[in-house]
Design a protein around this ligand. Structure first.
Ligand code: ADP
Length: 477
């Protein structure tokens, strides 16, 4: 049994839930406590009590603690990567890579602690000094999804603590093990009791209680659009600061002048790696007519060769879908696509492997148009569609014709089209000859339209959310 961390103590919940390995349903990772609303209140109270000392304490101590977190994560990357792959289903190399990313994020924000700066500028009124500084917000609630079970907690916790806030985090109910392990590391790094709290459990209980708590100054959320909108409305009700990262329907444009190998690599990686369960996945492949057939043939050939198996099996390139309900959603959209008249070029079969798990072949639809549901709604699985277009102008129009705007990509040898696309793509992140998924940790992450709400995450831009600005005026008399 793995417990919640509240006020520096590991405490049982009101009940618990088994964390099941999606690659092997007989493998129960452990049982994880589920907190109730009263425990959320205790965690918030502990965070509130810890805030005055934490937020005015020495910055070197904070920087050292965050660096210690990074060091332990990195030292245990194999073990934590395996745990992550076991609970989420991404391949072991992807799991280890994500763990390393979490360490790099803590390392970056350890540095940010001592790089914090303000501005000092002249007043328009003679003799007065003006300075602009940033201060922490107080208690911050973090709500995270299952698809990046250590990286997303890391990219919210690290800046929250670096900028001297206290934290209560609720990880996804179906994959809490990585966040739980991270909580232990944060505690061992010497973060004082109450500064960091972990409350696991249901969104409808723990998440709601956190979002609606009057002492939680801000909520940073990553998850579905539906939940995000609900959280934003609840935060607006009590004027709490909110930041949402939600879905995507990310286009990868492939022009006739693209390098075919590069375009196929980008599509394969962007659409199917991590089992397509990334908000930056390339789900719409917008392909110009001249290269269309060669592209589809080459992509299908690569999909057929993709090794789908247990996430921990050596050589696996794509692990299982995360759970039964996500698998049901994927299978539903395969039916929706067929019913809408799209052609299933290849894939979409349920697969049996040596261990019982949620295995699904990657699937590619062709002969689709952008009005189809499979091109408008986020599927969040290893399913992509090809939309054929006549020219660059039509490709750009199709790429932007979506309710989302997280990431986008273009494969082309043309500087003119690449430059135009970078400027006119309505997405927060634009990739040229690169997959739509896969980002750096020291630069902003986020999107537009229905994909994101509030300020950007990661890199120096994280300060915008995790701090509040103060303008000081001084008359030196
Ligand atoms: P996903 O499809 O990634 O599970 P969700 O939006 O359902 O997307 O979940 C993302 C996170 O939001 C999870 O930690 C989940 O428990 C939490 N959550 C779900 N419903 C609510 C809610 N009503 N209030 C707050 N958090 C919620």
């Amino acid at each position: 049994m793995q417990n919640n961390l509240i006020a520096g103590a590991w405490v049982e919940g009101s009940d618990s839930v088994d964390n099941i390995n999606p690659s092997d349903l007989d493998d129960v990772i452990d049982s994880y406590a589920r907190a109730d609303a009263a425990q959320v209140n205790e965690a918030v109270a502990a965070a509130k009590a810890a805030f005055p000392a934490w937020s005015t304490g020495p910055i070197q101590a904070r920087a050292t603690m965050l660096a210690a977190v990074a060091t332990e994560i990195m030292a245990r990357k194999e073990e934590l990567g395996e745990l992550l792959s076991r609970e989420e289903g991404k391949t072991r190399p992807e799991g280890i890579g994500e763990v390393m990313r979490a360490a790099q994020i803590f390392d970056f924000f350890a540095g940010e602690v001592v790089r914090q700066s303000g501005e000092k500028i002249a007043s328009v009124r003679p003799g007065i000094d003006v300075d602009i500084t940033r201060e922490p917000l107080g208690v911050i609630g973090l709500i995270t999804p299952w698809n990046f079970p250590i990286a997303i907690p890391a990219w919210k916790i690290a800046p929250a603590l670096a900028f001297a806030n206290c934290v209560v985090i609720k990880p996804a109910e179906i994959a809490p093990a990585s966040a739980h392990a991270l909580a232990g590391i944060i505690q061992r790094a010497g973060v004082p009791e109450g500064v960091f709290n972990l409350v696991m459990g249901k969104g409808s209980v723990v998440g709601e209680a956190l979002v609606n708590h009057p002492d939680v100054a801000a909520i940073s959320f990553t998850g579905s659009v539906e939940t995000g909108k609900r959280i934003a409305a609840n935060c607006a009700q009590r004027l709490a600061k909110v930041q949402l990262e939600m879905g995507g329907k990310n286009p990868l444009v492939v022009l006739d002048d693209a390098d075919l190998g590069t375009a196929v690599d980008c599509a394969l990686n962007g659409a199917f790696f991590s089992t397509g369960q990334r908000c930056t996945a390339s789900s719409r492949l917008v392909v110009q007519k001249g290269i269309h057939n060669a592209f589809v043939d080459a992509l299908v050939e690569r999909m057929q060769a993709l090794k789908v198996d247990n996430a921990l099996t050596e050589g696996t390139q794509m692990g299982p879908v995360v759970d039964q309900s996500q698998l049901d959603q994927d299978l539903k959209y395969l039916d929706v696509g067929r019913d809408e008249g799209a052609k299933l070029a290849w894939g979409g079969e349920r697969l049996n492997r040596a261990t019982q798990g949620f295995y699904l072949q990657p699937a590619l639809f062709t002969e689709t148009d952008n009005a189809m549901r499979i091109n408008r709604e986020e599927i969040f699985g290893p399913i992509a569609s090809v939309i054929a277009v006549d020219d660059y102008e039509q490709a750009l129009e199709v790429a932007n014709d979506t309710a989302f705007g997280l990431s986008s990509g273009i494969c082309t040898g043309s500087l003119k089209h690449a430059s135009h696309f970078k400027r006119h793509s309505q997405a927060g992140m634009v990739m040229v000859n690169l997959p739509t998924a896969g980002v750096d940790y020291h630069v902003p992450f986020g999107g537009r339209k229905g994909s994101s709400y509030g300020s950007r995450e990661q890199g120096r831009y994280a300060a915008e959310f995790y701090t509040t600005v103060k303008t000081g005026y001084t008359l030196p008399v």
